[in-house]
Design a protein around this ligand. Structure first.
Ligand SMILES: *Cc1c(COP(=O)(O)O)cnc(C)c1O
Length: 423
């Protein structure tokens, strides 16, 4: 079967041929390849083509494909039964490991996806603040629950409108929008409205990679303290990616609720939200905020998460090494772009990297949108042909994994030079 045939066949049964829209490669105007298997830093498609993988399942695979320790843990656990709907010690173990890293949080609850984690965190925050109105930032993505699929409203309103059909405007109107890295926009939104919760990606990875300025985050924390607003830091991507302690390791700023996902499941379906006891004690069965899940804390997913965190704990130099590789790649890209007169902005935070085809320094979503997505699409398609898999959208983040080498980066740069020379 060719990639094209696999895609056509899939379209007969699955809408658009994919189970998550970005996988359709619509943003880059090409067709997706279909994967057969992964190995270390590489994946192989159904035609046997090999790609250096900078997507890494959109973040979860900090240790690349088929890491031995994670694989062994998964197989061993799976052989004891896949799911029980009853507690196992693995949940406690992974919870303890995460809370030992994020030491300022008291309790954690596991769910199956980042979407569930942020959705539950919002409900918990509303239950605690007793206020319906929440504030999010333009360009930040927190999964696809109704309250969070909201974009900036018309100029006449300060509240948002739904960014997807099927989200009732009655729900969207409780979500307010502010501009990333712009504290005045936050002050304006909360001065006119009784907002109880603010949710933010402290290191935004879903409009491309756009980290918050430290001053901005400090100010945001201060405002939340003064106004009794619950601050949710969504670390589903940045947790265990930007640093071992996610954004905490970069900024040292404490959240009221933190959401996790991606790396903590090691490639399987695990995510979580965590908070101090004062807030977490409101969650069912202790308190009145309902939250549940048939597969929550699934033992195989917990085993994969535990093995990932064991790998992290065992490698003291891990994030330094990953950051060095990420910087080698982005610096190399920038040099090549310069050579060919192409404007490029680059950014690295730990194992995460971003690059925008624009002259403008990118501080928020409006800046990100100045990128030349046509050049991006051509660059992406060229790189795929040369065996390098970068995220198929200008507004996504790239990921380094632990088994990538300097040689792999040099390979990618050599291909980038070839592709950019023809743009
Ligand atoms: C990926 C992501 C989510 C959603 O997680 P899913 O597991 O895809 O539901 C939420 N927030 C952030 C910051 C993410 O990067």
């Amino acid at each position: 079967m060719t990639n094209h045939e696999a895609f056509e066949y899939s379209k007969k049964y699955i809408p658009g041929g994919v189970n998550s829209p970005v996988r359709a490669f619509g943003n880059v105007g090409s067709e997706p390849f279909f994967v057969d298997r992964g190995e270390g830093a590489y994946i192989y498609d159904v035609e046997g083509n090999r790609y250096l993988d900078f997507v890494q399942s959109w973040g979860p695979l900090l240790f690349g494909h088929c890491d031995k320790h994670i694989e062994d843990a998964v197989i061993k656990t799976a052989k004891k039964g896949l799911s029980f709907g009853t507690s196992t010690p693995l949940e406690t173990k992974l919870g303890k490991m995460i809370l030992e890293h994020f030491f300022y949080l008291d309790k954690i609850r596991f769910v199956s996806s980042g979407t569930e984690a942020t959705m539950s965190a919002i409900r918990l925050a509303r239950g605690y603040s007793k206020k319906d109105k929440i504030l999010k930032f333009e360009g930040c993505y927190h999964g696809h629950s109704d309250s969070l699929l909201v974009k900036a409203g018309s100029g006449a309103t300060t509240f948002g409108s739904s960014s997807s059909a099927g989200v009732p405007e009655d729900i969207a109107k409780n979500t307010y929008l502010a501009i990333y890295n712009d504290i005045e926009s936050v002050k304006k939104a909360i001065s006119n409205n009784d907002i109880g919760t603010i949710i933010i990606e402290p290191i935004a990875g879903n409009m491309g990679l756009v980290p918050a300025d430290k001053e901005f985050l400090l100010e945001l924390r201060k405002i939340c303290d003064e106004k009794n607003i619950v601050l949710i830091l969504d670390e589903v991507m940045s947790g265990y990616r930007a640093s071992k302690l996610g954004s905490y390791g970069v900024y040292g700023i404490e959240a009221d609720i933190v959401t996790f996902g991606k790396v903590i499941g090691g490639g399987l379906n695990a995510a979580a939200f965590a908070a101090k006891d004062e807030i977490m004690s409101l969650i069912s069965p202790l308190g009145p905020v309902y939250q549940a899940g048939t597969l929550s804390g699934n033992p195989v997913a917990m085993a994969a998460g535990i093995a990932s965190l064991e790998n992290i704990n065992a490698d003291k130099d891990l994030y330094n090494r990953l950051e060095k590789l990420a910087k080698k790649f982005t610096q190399g890209l920038k040099n090549i772009a310069n050579e060919y007169g192409i404007s490029l902005q680059t950014c690295v935070r730990g194992s995460m990297f971003g690059y925008f085809f624009t002259e403008k320094e990118v501080k928020n979503y409006t800046d990100a949108l100045t990128s030349n997505t046509e050049i991006f699409a051509k660059f992406h398609t060229g790189m795929i042909k040369e065996g390098v898999f970068l995220a198929p959208s200008q507004f996504e983040t790239g990921f380094i994994c632990s088994v990538m080498s300097e040689k792999d980066i040099e390979f990618a740069l050599q291909k980038a030079k070839k592709v950019m020379s023809s743009l």
